[in-house]
Design a protein around this ligand. Structure first.
Ligand code: NAD
Ligand code: UDP
Length: 337
C-alpha cells in the first residue's frame, strides 16, 4: 500500500516523508515545486537510503492527478500539504490563494473519491481559531474569524471536509492544526529556505545570523508578556512530522471518522526568548531592533496539546534549544560549505 503526499517536497512535507520512509512506508510525492526544489527529493533519498516516486504535478491539473492514481492503484491514504502559505502575499493575491488552496483541494478530493480513496490528513493551522477570549486553543473551541485569505482557505477547507464527512461517513479524515513549526532535520540536509525576504521569524533570524540581512526587526515591545514581545507555540518540524505518523496510525485503526488535533507543544516562547536562545546555543550574533507591532498579530497563542497526547499518544519531544540549534545547523550545512 502507498501513501500519497501532496506538497511532499516542501518544508513540513519533506520531513514527514523522511519519517514515513523510516518506518518503511511506500511514499509517492506530488508537488509542482512552486515553493520547493527538486533537489529536496534527492536529499530525502540520501537521508533515508530509500526510494520514492515523485511526480511534478499541480493538484489543480485533474488529468495528471488522475494519472497518478491510475499508475498507483495501491494508494490507500493521502497526506495533503500542498498549498500556498504566505499570509501577507495572500492579502495581496487573494484570488491566487483561493484558487490554489480551495480548487486544488477540491480537485484532490474529487479525484480521491473517483478512485475510492477516502483517507486523508489535512494540514490546517492554529490561525483558524482567530482571536479568542483565551489564548490557549483547544479543539472544542469554535473556529474564529480569520484575518487573511490564507487563514480563510484553511477554515473553508476544514468546513468542506466536515460537510463531505457528514454526507458520506465512509470518509476517514484527520485535520491537524499546526502551531509554529521551526527547526530542521538533524542531518542539516532539509529545512526551511524561503525564497526572497522571509516573513516568518525563524527563517528571518537564520538569514540575519548568516549575514544575508543586516538585522531583525522585532515587531512590538509593548505586549502584555514577560518581556513585552509576542509569544507563540514553536514546535520542532520533526516532532510535527511524527504527529502525522500518529494521526495516520489512528486513521488506520478506525473504519471512518473525522478527527481534529492541535499539534503544538503547549509552551509559549516570546520573540525575545527565541532570539536570545538562538544566539546562546549557536554562539552567534543576531542584531535586532524593536519596531512597531505587525498589523494583525496577536499577543500570545499556544496549543492545548492534551487531545493529541491522549488520543494519538503523541507529544512533542524536542525543546527550544534543539529547534534553534537545528535551524542553524541547516544553514551551516547547506549554505556555508
Ligand atoms: P511549503 O511551501 O514548504 O510546502 C508546500 C508545498 O506544496 C511546496 O513544496 C509547494 O511547491 C507545493 N504546492 C503548492 N501548491 C501546489 C499545487 N497547486 N500543486 C502541487 N504542489 C503544490 O509549506 P510548508 O510550511 O511545508 O506547509 C505545508 C502545509 O502546512 C501547507 O498547507 C501550509 O499551509 C500548512 N501550514 C504550514 C505552517 C507553517 O508555519 N509552515 C503552519 C500551519 C499550516
Ligand atoms: N516576528 C518578528 N519579526 C519578524 C518576523 C516575525 O518580530 O521579522 C514575530 C511576529 O510578530 C510574531 C512571531 O515573531 O509575534 C512569530 O511570527 P511568524 O510570522 O513566524 O508566525 P505567526 O505566529 O505570525 O504565524
Amino acid at each position: 500500500m502507498s501513501i500519497l503526499v501532496t506538497g511532499g517536497a516542501g518544508y513540513i512535507g519533506s520531513h514527514t516523508v523522511v519519517e514515513l520512509l523510516n518506518i518503511d512506508e511506500n511514499v509517492i510525492i506530488v508537488d509542482n515545486l512552486i515553493n520547493s526544489q527538486i533537489e529536496t527529493i534527492d536529499k530525502i533519498k540520501e537521508i533515508t537510503g530509500k526510494d520514492i516516486k515523485f511526480y511534478q504535478v499541480d493538484i489543480l491539473d485533474r488529468e495528471n492527478l488522475e494519472r497518478v492514481f491510475e499508475e498507483n492503484t495501491d494508494i490507500e491514504s493521502v497526506i495533503h500539504f500542498a498549498g500556498l502559505k504566505a499570509v501577507g502575499e495572500s492579502v495581496e493575491k487573494p484570488l491566487e490563494y483561493y484558487k490554489n488552496n480551495l480548487i486544488g483541494t477540491l480537485t484532490l478530493l474529487e479525484t480521491m473519491r473517483k478512485y475510492n480513496c477516502k483517507k486523508i490528513i489535512f494540514s490546517s493551522s492554529a490561525t483558524v481559531y482567530g482571536e479568542q477570549a483565551t489564548s490557549q486553543y483547544v479543539e472544542t473551541m469554535k473556529r474564529g474569524e480569520t484575518t487573511n485569505p490564507y487563514g480563510t482557505t484553511k477554515a473553508m477547507i476544514e468546513k468542506m471536509l466536515e460537510d463531505i464527512y457528514y454526507a458520506d461517513n465512509s470518509w476517514n479524515i484527520s485535520i491537524l492544526r499546526y502551531f509554529n513549526p521551526i527547526g530542521a532535520h538533524e542531518s542539516g540536509l532539509i529545512g526551511e529556505d524561503p525564497k526572497g525576504i522571509p516573513n516568518n521569524l525563524m527563517p528571518f533570524i537564520m538569514k540575519v545570523a548568516n549575514k544575508e540581512i543586516d538585522h531583525l526587526n522585532i515587531f512590538g515591545k509593548d505586549y502584555a508578556t514577560k518581556d513585552g514581545t509576542a509569544a507563540r507555540d514553536y514546535i520542532h518540524v520533526v516532532d510535527l512530522a511524527k504527529g502525522h505518523l500518529k494521526a495516520l496510525e489512528k486513521l488506520n485503526n478506525e473504519k471512518s471518522g473525522l478527527f481534529i488535533y492541535n499539534l503544538g507543544t503547549g509552551n509559549p516562547y516570546t520573540v525575545q526568548e527565541i532570539v536570545d536562545t538562538f544566539k546562546k546555543v549557536n554562539n552567534i550574533d543576531v542584531p535586532y531592533e524593536y519596531t512597531e507591532r505587525r498589523a494583525g498579530d496577536l499577543t500570545i497563542m499556544y496549543a492545548d496539546p492534551t487531545k493529541a497526547r491522549e488520543e494519538l499518544g503523541w507529544a512533542a519531544e524536542k525543546n527550544i534549544e534543539d529547534m534553534c540549534k537545528d535551524s542553524w545547523n541547516f544553514v551551516k550545512i547547506t549554505k556555508q560549505k
